[in-house]
Ligand binder design. Structure first.
Ligand SMILES: NC(=O)c1ccc[n+]([C@@H]2O[C@H](COP(=O)([O-])OP(=O)(O)OC[C@H]3O[C@@H](n4cnc5c(N)ncnc54)[C@H](O)[C@@H]3O)[C@@H](O)[C@H]2O)c1
Length: 358
């Protein structure tokens, strides 16, 4: 049996980048079988560009395709949940863009559905992949970095009227959140990926940049399970755009590249505390195998997991962690109180954080 998996991409915005960066770079692993988009011009433009015969505006058509292995959901956030649930119920493997869904209740329902499903689900967090972030991960996992002390995480981006001209953006019901859900979610995932889960958060959110419903400036003080402290700040009103993580461990300080949309790619600044640590790092990284950035590696690892039955590179548990941070931020800001983990069904914002009437 061939190991090549067939894919349908739903939504031709970031979906185009999944094709270019993720599937065409892994031609020995994936075959593009279908394109689905409500917008006929986008659907046909993309299908023509990549020579894909099968095209449909009806998501349900994909569910009935017996020769289709993977449905890759790149639609606006409000339709992720029904699409993920339907695709899993139809026995498909699923890739889904961030934010996976719009509440902790929904992510728990997805996790439960996944346990019963034939297919597997991989949420997208492509910023995890690239030499910089993966080298930091390797050094931390090897125990060389030591005890985590503090971190700063900045997502200082710029979004203006042209961005919000797309009708689903900026609104609670369709985007489901603002800079927390759509932008900073990547860098916040990188923090937990490298330093571990959170224990408590005191945060504030505000809408200060654009005339939108959802927040576009946030800041929080957090404590990690390890006892490490971190500050998270994000805005969509910066003059220039950077993403930056600076992680201070007992033996090593790491600083990410500042490239806004691929801070994991280029080699990071790695500052060992002493020569012994430097020697350990040099030994670990000797003969380092290049890790291509973003979707190229995430899709390659997805394929490997499907073929081997091994672990997925990003999981629904990772999405839950990301959505816990979103939930905690909104609740803390609204109540001016600290939110502590775990965040379960008894939390006031477990079912939804959308404002009443949204
Ligand atoms: N990982 C990243 O770096 C990244 C970058 C951009 C966007 N995103 C995420 O990807 C998702 C899409 O964002 P975008 O910027 O590409 O949006 P977009 O509006 O540019 O594209 C979405 C496409 O989905 C189509 N669509 C909407 N509803 C549909 C439906 N029911 N069936 C079929 N097609 C439908 C639209 O016609 C549109 O072409 C969002 O969740 C966003 O947060 C992720």
């Amino acid at each position: 049996m061939s190991d090549i998996k067939t894919v349908a991409v739903v939504g031709g915005g970031i979906g185009r980048s999944h094709i270019v960066e993720g599937y065409l770079t892994n031609k020995d692993k994936f075959k593009l079988l279908a394109i689905c988009d409500l917008d006929p011009a986008r659907m046909n433009g993309l299908a023509d560009e990549f020579g894909i015969e099968r095209r449909t505006a009806q998501f349900d058509d994909l569910l009935a395709m017996g020769d289709l292995d993977i449905i890759d959901i790149c639609t606006p956030p409000m339709v992720h949940y029904p699409m993920v649930m339907a695709a899993l119920a139809a026995g498909k493997h699923v890739v889904c863009e961030k934010p996976l869904v719009g509440s902790l209740a929904e992510v728990d329902a997805v996790i439960a559905a996944e346990k019963q499903a034939r297919g597997r689900l991989m949420p997208v967090f492509q910023y995890r992949f690239g030499d910089g972030v993966q080298q930091a991960k390797a050094i931390i996992d090897a125990g060389i970095a030591g005890k985590p002390y503090v971190a700063t995480v900045e997502t200082l981006w710029r979004r203006e009227a042209d961005y919000y001209a797309v009708p689903w953006r900026g609104k609670w019901r369709t985007e489901l959140g603002g800079v927390l859900m759509t932008h900073a979610i990547h860098q916040h995932d990188m923090l937990t990926y490298l330093m571990g889960p959170l224990k408590s958060l005191f945060g504030r959110v505000a809408t200060r940049v654009n005339p939108i419903e959802v927040e576009d400036c946030v800041s929080a003080s957090v404590e990690l399970e390890s006892g490490a402290l971190a500050s998270l700040t994000a805005t969509l009103g910066a003059a220039d755009e950077i993403s930056r993580l600076r992680l201070v461990f007992e033996n090593v300080t790491f600083e990410s590249d500042h490239e806004a949309y691929s801070p994991g790619n280029k080699p990071w600044t790695i500052l060992p505390r002493n020569d012994d640590t430097r020697a350990q790092i040099d030994a670990l990284l000797e003969g380092w195998q290049h890790v291509p950035q973003r979707f190229e590696t995430q899709m390659a690892l997805f394929h490997a997991a499907l073929v081997s039955g091994g672990p997925l590179p990003v999981t629904s548990a990772d999405s839950r962690r990301a959505l816990e941070i979103v939930t905690a931020f909104y609740h803390s800001s609204e109540t001016h109180s600290e939110v502590t983990w775990p965040i379960g069904p008894d939390h006031p914002k477990y079912e939804s954080w959308l404002p009443a009437g949204a």
